[in-house]
Design a binder for this molecule. Structure first.
Ligand code: NAD
Ligand code: MG
Length: 356
Protein backbone atom coordinates (compact mmCIF):
# COMPACT_ATOMS: atom_id res chain seq x y z
CA UNK A 1 0.00 0.00 0.00
CA UNK A 2 1.38 3.35 -0.99
CA UNK A 3 0.50 6.15 1.41
CA UNK A 4 0.17 9.61 0.04
CA UNK A 5 1.36 12.52 2.10
CA UNK A 6 -2.19 13.65 2.65
CA UNK A 7 -2.62 10.52 4.79
CA UNK A 8 0.64 11.03 6.60
CA UNK A 9 0.47 14.33 8.41
CA UNK A 10 3.79 15.24 10.01
CA UNK A 11 3.87 15.46 13.78
CA UNK A 12 4.92 18.68 15.49
CA UNK A 13 8.65 19.27 15.44
CA UNK A 14 8.78 19.02 19.24
CA UNK A 15 9.01 15.23 18.86
CA UNK A 16 12.15 15.27 16.73
CA UNK A 17 14.72 12.89 18.18
CA UNK A 18 18.17 14.20 18.88
CA UNK A 19 21.02 13.99 21.31
CA UNK A 20 21.19 17.09 23.40
CA UNK A 21 22.92 19.82 21.41
CA UNK A 22 24.57 21.20 24.57
CA UNK A 23 27.28 18.63 24.71
CA UNK A 24 28.53 15.12 24.15
CA UNK A 25 26.85 12.42 26.14
CA UNK A 26 23.95 14.65 27.20
CA UNK A 27 20.73 12.82 26.50
CA UNK A 28 17.78 14.68 25.08
CA UNK A 29 15.24 12.83 27.17
CA UNK A 30 17.13 13.55 30.42
CA UNK A 31 17.32 17.25 29.70
CA UNK A 32 15.01 19.99 28.66
CA UNK A 33 15.59 19.85 24.91
CA UNK A 34 12.85 22.33 24.28
CA UNK A 35 10.87 22.62 21.14
CA UNK A 36 12.31 26.11 20.77
CA UNK A 37 15.89 24.85 20.91
CA UNK A 38 15.28 22.22 18.24
CA UNK A 39 13.31 24.55 16.01
CA UNK A 40 15.87 27.33 16.25
CA UNK A 41 18.69 24.88 15.56
CA UNK A 42 16.76 23.64 12.54
CA UNK A 43 16.21 27.21 11.49
CA UNK A 44 19.93 27.83 11.71
CA UNK A 45 20.53 24.72 9.60
CA UNK A 46 18.12 25.90 6.94
CA UNK A 47 19.60 29.37 6.98
CA UNK A 48 23.04 27.85 6.52
CA UNK A 49 21.71 25.76 3.64
CA UNK A 50 20.22 28.77 1.96
CA UNK A 51 23.39 30.79 2.43
CA UNK A 52 25.79 28.11 1.31
CA UNK A 53 23.77 27.10 -1.73
CA UNK A 54 23.48 30.68 -2.87
CA UNK A 55 25.31 32.38 -5.69
CA UNK A 56 29.08 32.58 -6.01
CA UNK A 57 30.53 35.32 -3.84
CA UNK A 58 28.15 34.65 -0.94
CA UNK A 59 29.57 34.89 2.58
CA UNK A 60 31.53 31.75 3.50
CA UNK A 61 29.79 29.44 5.97
CA UNK A 62 30.85 29.96 9.60
CA UNK A 63 33.85 27.92 10.62
CA UNK A 64 32.84 24.65 12.25
CA UNK A 65 34.35 23.69 15.57
CA UNK A 66 36.23 20.44 15.09
CA UNK A 67 35.49 18.07 17.94
CA UNK A 68 37.28 15.05 19.36
CA UNK A 69 35.74 11.98 17.67
CA UNK A 70 36.31 9.87 20.77
CA UNK A 71 34.13 12.08 22.96
CA UNK A 72 31.74 13.54 20.41
CA UNK A 73 28.98 11.05 21.29
CA UNK A 74 28.07 8.68 24.16
CA UNK A 75 30.30 5.66 24.53
CA UNK A 76 28.24 3.56 26.95
CA UNK A 77 27.68 1.54 28.94
CA UNK A 78 24.19 2.08 27.58
CA UNK A 79 21.04 1.73 29.68
CA UNK A 80 19.54 -1.74 29.38
CA UNK A 81 16.71 -1.69 26.86
CA UNK A 82 14.86 -3.89 24.43
CA UNK A 83 12.13 -3.20 21.91
CA UNK A 84 10.21 -5.63 19.73
CA UNK A 85 11.56 -5.70 16.15
CA UNK A 86 11.78 -3.38 14.26
CA UNK A 87 11.88 -0.87 17.16
CA UNK A 88 11.48 2.89 17.17
CA UNK A 89 14.36 5.38 17.29
CA UNK A 90 12.09 7.79 19.14
CA UNK A 91 11.89 5.36 22.07
CA UNK A 92 15.62 4.67 22.39
CA UNK A 93 17.71 5.88 25.30
CA UNK A 94 19.79 7.79 24.38
CA UNK A 95 17.96 8.79 21.25
CA UNK A 96 20.09 8.38 18.13
CA UNK A 97 21.44 11.51 16.47
CA UNK A 98 20.26 11.50 12.86
CA UNK A 99 21.64 14.98 12.20
CA UNK A 100 18.38 16.74 13.05
CA UNK A 101 20.18 19.75 14.50
CA UNK A 102 23.66 19.25 13.08
CA UNK A 103 23.52 18.50 9.35
CA UNK A 104 24.07 21.54 7.14
CA UNK A 105 23.57 21.13 3.41
CA UNK A 106 25.36 22.93 0.60
CA UNK A 107 23.25 22.12 -2.46
CA UNK A 108 25.24 19.03 -3.40
CA UNK A 109 22.11 17.11 -4.44
CA UNK A 110 20.06 20.02 -5.76
CA UNK A 111 17.21 18.83 -7.95
CA UNK A 112 17.88 15.13 -7.32
CA UNK A 113 15.13 12.62 -6.47
CA UNK A 114 15.93 9.84 -4.04
CA UNK A 115 14.23 6.70 -2.78
CA UNK A 116 15.60 5.55 0.60
CA UNK A 117 14.45 2.23 2.05
CA UNK A 118 14.32 2.12 5.84
CA UNK A 119 14.35 5.93 5.81
CA UNK A 120 12.30 6.17 9.01
CA UNK A 121 15.15 5.59 11.45
CA UNK A 122 18.85 5.02 11.91
CA UNK A 123 21.19 5.28 8.97
CA UNK A 124 18.41 5.60 6.36
CA UNK A 125 16.85 8.45 8.36
CA UNK A 126 20.18 10.27 8.61
CA UNK A 127 20.62 9.91 4.84
CA UNK A 128 17.06 11.21 4.26
CA UNK A 129 17.66 14.33 6.38
CA UNK A 130 21.02 14.99 4.74
CA UNK A 131 19.70 14.44 1.21
CA UNK A 132 16.80 16.85 1.78
CA UNK A 133 19.13 19.52 3.18
CA UNK A 134 21.39 18.99 0.16
CA UNK A 135 18.42 19.82 -2.08
CA UNK A 136 16.93 16.41 -3.00
CA UNK A 137 13.28 15.36 -2.88
CA UNK A 138 13.03 12.15 -0.87
CA UNK A 139 10.75 9.10 -0.69
CA UNK A 140 11.16 6.76 2.29
CA UNK A 141 9.97 3.22 2.97
CA UNK A 142 9.32 1.72 6.38
CA UNK A 143 7.17 -0.89 8.09
CA UNK A 144 3.68 0.36 9.04
CA UNK A 145 4.45 0.02 12.79
CA UNK A 146 7.28 2.53 12.30
CA UNK A 147 4.93 5.34 11.31
CA UNK A 148 5.75 7.48 14.40
CA UNK A 149 9.41 7.63 13.33
CA UNK A 150 8.46 8.09 9.67
CA UNK A 151 6.27 11.12 10.46
CA UNK A 152 9.20 12.89 12.06
CA UNK A 153 11.40 12.27 9.02
CA UNK A 154 8.68 13.45 6.64
CA UNK A 155 8.36 16.66 8.69
CA UNK A 156 12.11 17.23 8.53
CA UNK A 157 12.26 16.69 4.75
CA UNK A 158 9.42 19.18 4.33
CA UNK A 159 11.09 21.68 6.67
CA UNK A 160 14.11 21.56 4.36
CA UNK A 161 11.74 22.76 1.64
CA UNK A 162 11.74 19.45 -0.22
CA UNK A 163 9.04 17.03 -1.34
CA UNK A 164 8.53 13.92 0.82
CA UNK A 165 6.75 10.67 -0.11
CA UNK A 166 5.99 8.03 2.53
CA UNK A 167 5.77 4.39 1.45
CA UNK A 168 4.88 1.99 4.28
CA UNK A 169 4.97 -1.78 3.62
CA UNK A 170 6.93 -5.01 3.85
CA UNK A 171 9.89 -5.24 1.48
CA UNK A 172 9.88 -9.05 1.62
CA UNK A 173 7.16 -8.79 -1.04
CA UNK A 174 8.42 -8.45 -4.61
CA UNK A 175 5.17 -6.73 -5.59
CA UNK A 176 5.61 -4.16 -2.84
CA UNK A 177 9.18 -3.47 -3.99
CA UNK A 178 7.88 -2.75 -7.49
CA UNK A 179 5.07 -0.55 -6.10
CA UNK A 180 7.63 1.36 -4.04
CA UNK A 181 9.72 2.26 -7.07
CA UNK A 182 6.67 3.30 -9.09
CA UNK A 183 5.21 5.21 -6.13
CA UNK A 184 8.47 7.06 -5.50
CA UNK A 185 8.94 7.92 -9.19
CA UNK A 186 5.39 9.19 -9.62
CA UNK A 187 5.30 10.97 -6.24
CA UNK A 188 8.62 12.74 -6.79
CA UNK A 189 8.27 13.22 -10.56
CA UNK A 190 11.28 11.02 -11.38
CA UNK A 191 14.00 9.09 -9.62
CA UNK A 192 17.80 9.20 -9.87
CA UNK A 193 19.07 7.90 -6.51
CA UNK A 194 18.25 4.60 -4.75
CA UNK A 195 19.58 4.03 -1.24
CA UNK A 196 19.03 0.51 0.06
CA UNK A 197 19.25 0.94 3.83
CA UNK A 198 16.43 -1.36 5.05
CA UNK A 199 17.76 -4.40 6.82
CA UNK A 200 17.25 -6.88 9.60
CA UNK A 201 19.71 -8.36 12.10
CA UNK A 202 18.85 -10.86 14.81
CA UNK A 203 21.46 -12.28 17.15
CA UNK A 204 21.49 -16.08 17.67
CA UNK A 205 24.52 -17.67 19.32
CA UNK A 206 24.35 -21.22 17.90
CA UNK A 207 23.54 -22.35 14.36
CA UNK A 208 21.39 -25.10 15.91
CA UNK A 209 19.07 -22.36 17.22
CA UNK A 210 18.99 -20.35 14.01
CA UNK A 211 15.56 -21.09 12.51
CA UNK A 212 14.98 -21.67 8.81
CA UNK A 213 12.39 -18.89 9.00
CA UNK A 214 14.92 -16.37 10.35
CA UNK A 215 17.52 -17.36 7.75
CA UNK A 216 14.90 -16.92 5.03
CA UNK A 217 13.64 -13.57 6.38
CA UNK A 218 17.13 -12.13 6.77
CA UNK A 219 17.93 -12.94 3.14
CA UNK A 220 14.50 -11.77 1.92
CA UNK A 221 14.82 -8.35 3.56
CA UNK A 222 18.53 -7.73 3.15
CA UNK A 223 19.24 -9.32 -0.25
CA UNK A 224 16.07 -10.20 -2.19
CA UNK A 225 14.44 -6.80 -1.61
CA UNK A 226 17.65 -5.07 -2.71
CA UNK A 227 17.65 -7.20 -5.90
CA UNK A 228 13.95 -6.45 -6.62
CA UNK A 229 14.48 -2.73 -6.01
CA UNK A 230 17.63 -2.43 -8.13
CA UNK A 231 15.91 -4.30 -10.96
CA UNK A 232 12.78 -2.15 -10.77
CA UNK A 233 14.62 1.16 -10.49
CA UNK A 234 17.01 0.79 -13.44
CA UNK A 235 14.38 1.44 -16.15
CA UNK A 236 13.78 4.81 -14.44
CA UNK A 237 17.48 5.69 -14.29
CA UNK A 238 19.43 7.74 -16.81
CA UNK A 239 23.16 8.46 -16.94
CA UNK A 240 24.21 10.19 -13.73
CA UNK A 241 21.90 8.16 -11.49
CA UNK A 242 23.31 6.32 -8.47
CA UNK A 243 22.53 3.28 -6.35
CA UNK A 244 23.97 3.13 -2.83
CA UNK A 245 23.67 -0.15 -0.95
CA UNK A 246 24.36 -0.72 2.73
CA UNK A 247 26.77 -3.51 3.55
CA UNK A 248 28.63 -3.74 6.88
CA UNK A 249 31.88 -4.36 8.70
CA UNK A 250 30.25 -7.80 9.10
CA UNK A 251 30.92 -8.54 5.41
CA UNK A 252 34.66 -8.40 6.19
CA UNK A 253 34.97 -9.42 9.84
CA UNK A 254 31.82 -11.38 10.76
CA UNK A 255 30.71 -11.92 14.34
CA UNK A 256 29.74 -15.49 15.26
CA UNK A 257 26.26 -14.59 16.58
CA UNK A 258 24.88 -13.12 13.34
CA UNK A 259 26.03 -15.53 10.64
CA UNK A 260 22.90 -15.16 8.51
CA UNK A 261 23.11 -11.35 8.66
CA UNK A 262 26.87 -11.27 7.99
CA UNK A 263 26.38 -13.53 4.95
CA UNK A 264 23.75 -11.14 3.53
CA UNK A 265 26.12 -8.20 3.99
CA UNK A 266 28.89 -10.08 2.12
CA UNK A 267 26.38 -10.80 -0.66
CA UNK A 268 25.46 -7.10 -0.84
CA UNK A 269 29.10 -6.06 -1.08
CA UNK A 270 29.67 -8.51 -3.93
CA UNK A 271 26.38 -7.67 -5.70
CA UNK A 272 27.36 -3.99 -5.58
CA UNK A 273 30.62 -4.64 -7.40
CA UNK A 274 29.11 -6.83 -10.13
CA UNK A 275 26.11 -4.57 -10.77
CA UNK A 276 28.49 -1.60 -11.00
CA UNK A 277 30.35 -3.41 -13.81
CA UNK A 278 27.09 -4.24 -15.56
CA UNK A 279 25.61 -0.71 -15.63
CA UNK A 280 28.78 1.37 -15.78
CA UNK A 281 28.51 1.87 -19.56
CA UNK A 282 25.07 3.41 -19.01
CA UNK A 283 26.62 6.02 -16.73
CA UNK A 284 24.95 4.61 -13.63
CA UNK A 285 27.12 4.26 -10.54
CA UNK A 286 26.62 1.55 -7.89
CA UNK A 287 28.45 1.79 -4.57
CA UNK A 288 28.00 0.72 -0.97
CA UNK A 289 28.53 2.05 2.53
CA UNK A 290 29.98 -0.28 5.18
CA UNK A 291 29.08 0.94 8.67
CA UNK A 292 30.63 -0.41 11.86
CA UNK A 293 28.59 -0.41 15.08
CA UNK A 294 25.90 2.27 14.90
CA UNK A 295 23.40 3.18 17.62
CA UNK A 296 20.05 2.38 15.93
CA UNK A 297 16.80 0.45 16.56
CA UNK A 298 18.20 -2.55 14.66
CA UNK A 299 20.63 -3.14 17.53
CA UNK A 300 18.17 -2.86 20.45
CA UNK A 301 15.40 -4.91 18.81
CA UNK A 302 17.26 -8.23 18.73
CA UNK A 303 20.35 -7.25 16.72
CA UNK A 304 22.60 -7.76 19.74
CA UNK A 305 22.31 -9.67 22.99
CA UNK A 306 21.68 -7.37 25.97
CA UNK A 307 25.16 -8.21 27.28
CA UNK A 308 26.85 -7.14 24.02
CA UNK A 309 24.67 -4.05 23.81
CA UNK A 310 26.05 -2.66 27.07
CA UNK A 311 29.57 -2.65 25.59
CA UNK A 312 28.41 -1.77 22.09
CA UNK A 313 31.21 -0.17 20.06
CA UNK A 314 33.62 0.05 23.03
CA UNK A 315 36.14 -2.26 21.34
CA UNK A 316 36.68 0.03 18.34
CA UNK A 317 39.80 2.24 18.27
CA UNK A 318 37.52 5.28 18.65
CA UNK A 319 36.05 3.59 21.73
CA UNK A 320 32.36 4.15 21.00
CA UNK A 321 29.64 3.31 18.47
CA UNK A 322 28.78 5.69 15.64
CA UNK A 323 25.63 7.76 15.57
CA UNK A 324 23.62 7.56 12.31
CA UNK A 325 24.50 11.21 11.56
CA UNK A 326 28.13 10.16 11.14
CA UNK A 327 27.22 7.88 8.23
CA UNK A 328 25.13 10.39 6.27
CA UNK A 329 28.10 12.20 4.62
CA UNK A 330 29.17 8.95 2.95
CA UNK A 331 25.75 8.52 1.33
CA UNK A 332 25.80 12.16 0.22
CA UNK A 333 29.24 11.90 -1.38
CA UNK A 334 28.37 8.63 -3.14
CA UNK A 335 25.13 10.14 -4.50
CA UNK A 336 26.75 13.40 -5.58
CA UNK A 337 27.90 13.76 -9.19
CA UNK A 338 31.07 15.41 -7.87
CA UNK A 339 32.08 11.81 -7.15
CA UNK A 340 31.55 10.71 -10.75
CA UNK A 341 34.54 8.32 -11.00
CA UNK A 342 33.59 6.15 -8.00
CA UNK A 343 31.64 3.01 -8.81
CA UNK A 344 31.83 -0.52 -7.45
CA UNK A 345 33.36 0.96 -4.28
CA UNK A 346 32.67 0.42 -0.60
CA UNK A 347 33.13 3.46 1.64
CA UNK A 348 33.41 2.57 5.29
CA UNK A 349 32.91 4.23 8.66
CA UNK A 350 33.80 1.50 11.11
CA UNK A 351 35.56 3.37 13.91
CA UNK A 352 38.94 1.93 12.95
CA UNK A 353 38.49 -1.84 13.11
CA UNK A 354 37.59 -4.22 10.25
CA UNK A 355 35.97 -3.06 7.05
CA UNK A 356 37.24 -2.87 3.47
P1 NAD B 1 17.16 0.74 11.62
O1 NAD B 1 16.39 -0.26 12.38
O2 NAD B 1 17.03 2.16 11.99
O3 NAD B 1 16.80 0.63 10.06
C1 NAD B 1 16.46 -0.58 9.44
C2 NAD B 1 15.17 -0.35 8.71
O4 NAD B 1 14.88 -1.51 7.93
C3 NAD B 1 13.96 -0.19 9.62
O5 NAD B 1 13.74 1.15 10.00
C4 NAD B 1 12.83 -0.73 8.78
O6 NAD B 1 12.09 0.32 8.19
C5 NAD B 1 13.52 -1.51 7.67
N1 NAD B 1 12.99 -2.87 7.61
C6 NAD B 1 13.30 -3.91 8.39
N2 NAD B 1 12.57 -4.99 8.03
C7 NAD B 1 11.77 -4.59 6.99
C8 NAD B 1 10.79 -5.23 6.18
N3 NAD B 1 10.47 -6.52 6.34
N4 NAD B 1 10.17 -4.50 5.24
C9 NAD B 1 10.48 -3.19 5.08
N5 NAD B 1 11.41 -2.53 5.78
C10 NAD B 1 12.04 -3.24 6.74
O7 NAD B 1 18.68 0.28 11.70
P2 NAD B 1 20.01 0.74 10.96
O8 NAD B 1 21.09 0.20 11.78
O9 NAD B 1 19.97 2.16 10.64
O10 NAD B 1 19.98 -0.12 9.62
C11 NAD B 1 20.16 0.46 8.34
C12 NAD B 1 21.09 -0.40 7.53
O11 NAD B 1 22.39 -0.30 8.09
C13 NAD B 1 20.75 -1.88 7.52
O12 NAD B 1 20.92 -2.39 6.21
C14 NAD B 1 21.78 -2.49 8.43
O13 NAD B 1 22.05 -3.83 8.11
C15 NAD B 1 22.96 -1.59 8.16
N6 NAD B 1 24.00 -1.61 9.17
C16 NAD B 1 23.74 -1.23 10.45
C17 NAD B 1 24.74 -1.28 11.40
C18 NAD B 1 24.51 -0.89 12.84
O14 NAD B 1 25.39 -1.12 13.68
N7 NAD B 1 23.38 -0.31 13.19
C19 NAD B 1 26.03 -1.69 11.03
C20 NAD B 1 26.28 -2.05 9.72
C21 NAD B 1 25.24 -2.00 8.80
MG1 MG C 1 12.96 1.95 11.81
Amino acid sequence: MIASLSRLKPRPISSVCALDPRGPGRMANDLDTSRRAVVSALGAGLAATAASSGSAGAEPAPRRIVGDPTTKYPKGPFPQQHQAYPGLASKMNPRPDHGETSYHGSGRLAGRKALITGGDSGIGCAAAIAFAREGADVAITYLPVEEPDAREVVALIQRAGRKAVALPGDLRSRDFCRQVVDGAASGLGGLDILVNAAGRQHSVDAIADLSDQQFDDTFKINVYALFYLCKAVLPHFKAGAAIINTTSVEAYDPDPNIIDYAATKAAIMNFTKSLAKQVGKKGIRVNAVAPGPVWTPLQISGGQSEEKLKKFGLDTPLGRPAQPAELAPLYVVLASDENSYSTGQVYAAVGGRGGP
